[in-house]
Design a binder for this molecule. Structure first.
Ligand SMILES: Nc1ncnc2c1ncn2[C@@H]1O[C@H](COP(=O)(O)OP(=O)(O)OP(=O)(O)O)[C@@H](O)[C@H]1O
Ligand SMILES: [Mg+2]
Length: 327
């Protein structure tokens, strides 16, 4: 899958830090990854591990302190004005809270057309209206909704408006930051299916950020697991579930309930002890060492690098070889 193709997006050792009172907070601490056209990469990890910061770094909202973000081979911080503008069309973001991201005083039609209006791509009044209607139709909203206000909609409908907005500029990449976590479970699958359908039709890539490990499987081609600003494991989706090697990935997965009670009873769980350390004073060594049941001396002194263990399956763990044998 990842051979013979140039990536759409490439991150090389990206570090995004915030200056806080206590010092430097390393929210993204040396992330390297590639995303290919038309692909969905799931990004999972506990609250505060740096997922949104990574998403916003890709959006060019945060400038990394170190490292490079390349889009179609070009460093996004070397862009001319014109390229910057083009980038803001090609790369879009969908947010967790579809209510907060919609202006309560704007009707749905104007919300959907905002990108077109800003980039002066709306054309004539008739073109603009046709465009809005087509977008509403694509996301499964009734065209009679065009003159209504956000408060008249349910959470699921509002998220559809958010999706229609992000689609208006025909992006190549959408960063979806927890796009379904604010929605009812019954609506989540519908929105995921809509995103999949739109991806097939438009060949967009998604970075799909979530802490829901059960839903992310259904949409992702590959999944990256993040802990304290680092990617600890990245692999094709099925491998993350069936052949995972990082103790943190295992701990996250063992927290998902399994419907079958006999399987549920017989399986081993890794229960995490201790708290996530502060990203301000990161410990030396593996970021997960303080909570890892398998940690040894080396884990506390040297940080393991992401290493390809099997085709397309990368793990950052000193004991990744042994982990494959420990079920
Ligand atoms: N603008 C900011 N200024 C200072 N610190 C920040 C800023 N944004 C994020 N952080 C910190 O960076 C770390 C990563 O935050 P981030 O929001 O990226 O995590 P996340 O994985 O998206 O979490 P969640 O699942 O809760 O959305 C956290 O410790 C957070 O407090
Ligand atoms: Mg977040």
């Amino acid at each position: 899958m990842t051979e013979n193709k140039a990536p759409l997006l490439e991150l090389k050792n990206v570090k995004t830090v915030f200056k806080v009172r206590q010092g430097l907070l390393k929210a993204v601490n040396g992330v390297s990854l590639s995303l290919y056209a038309g692909e969905t990469l799931g990004l999972v990890g506990e609250s505060g591990c740096g997922k949104s910061t990574l998403g916003k770094t890709i959006m060019r909202l945060y400038r990394p302190q170190e490292g490079e973000v390349r889009f179609e081979g070009r460093d996004i911080w070397q862009y001319s004005r014109r390229e910057q503008k083009a980038y803001t069309q090609m790369v879009q973001m969908i947010f967790q809270d579809p209510y907060a991201s919609l202006d309560p005083l704007s009707v749905i039609g104007d919300a959907v057309a905002e990108g077109l209006d800003i980039h002066r791509l709306a054309g004539t009044k008739k073109d603009r209206e046709n465009n809005i209607m087509a977008l509403l139709h694509d996301v499964g909203l009734n065209q009679s909704h065009v003159d209504r206000y956000p408060h008249e909609f349910s959470g699921g409908q509002r998220q559809r408006v958010g999706i229609a907005r992000s689609l208006s500029l025909s992006p190549k990449l959408i960063v979806c930051d927890e796009p379904i976590s604010a929605l009812d479970v019954s609506i989540q699958a519908k929105v995921v299916n809509l995103l999949k359908k739109l991806q097939r039709e438009n060949h967009m890539a998604y970075l799909f950020i979530t802490h829901d490990l059960s839903m992310v499987r259904q949409i992702s081609d590959r999944i990256a697991v993040m802990y304290l600003g680092s990617i600890v494991e990245i692999a094709p989706s099925e491998d993350i579930y069936s052949k995972n090697r990082h103790p943190y990935t295992r701990a996250l997965l063992s927290a998902i309930p399994i419907a079958d009670p006999t399987v549920e009873k017989s399986r081993k769980r890794i229960v995490l002890s201790g708290d996530v350390p502060s990203p301000v004073n990161l410990p030396a060594g593996c970021p997960f060492a303080g909570r890892c049941p398998y940690a040894q001396e080396i884990c506390r002194t040297s940080q393991p690098q992401l290493t390809e263990m099997e085709k397309d399956h990368f793990v950052a763990c000193h004991r990744a070889d042994e982990m494959a044998l420990m079920e």
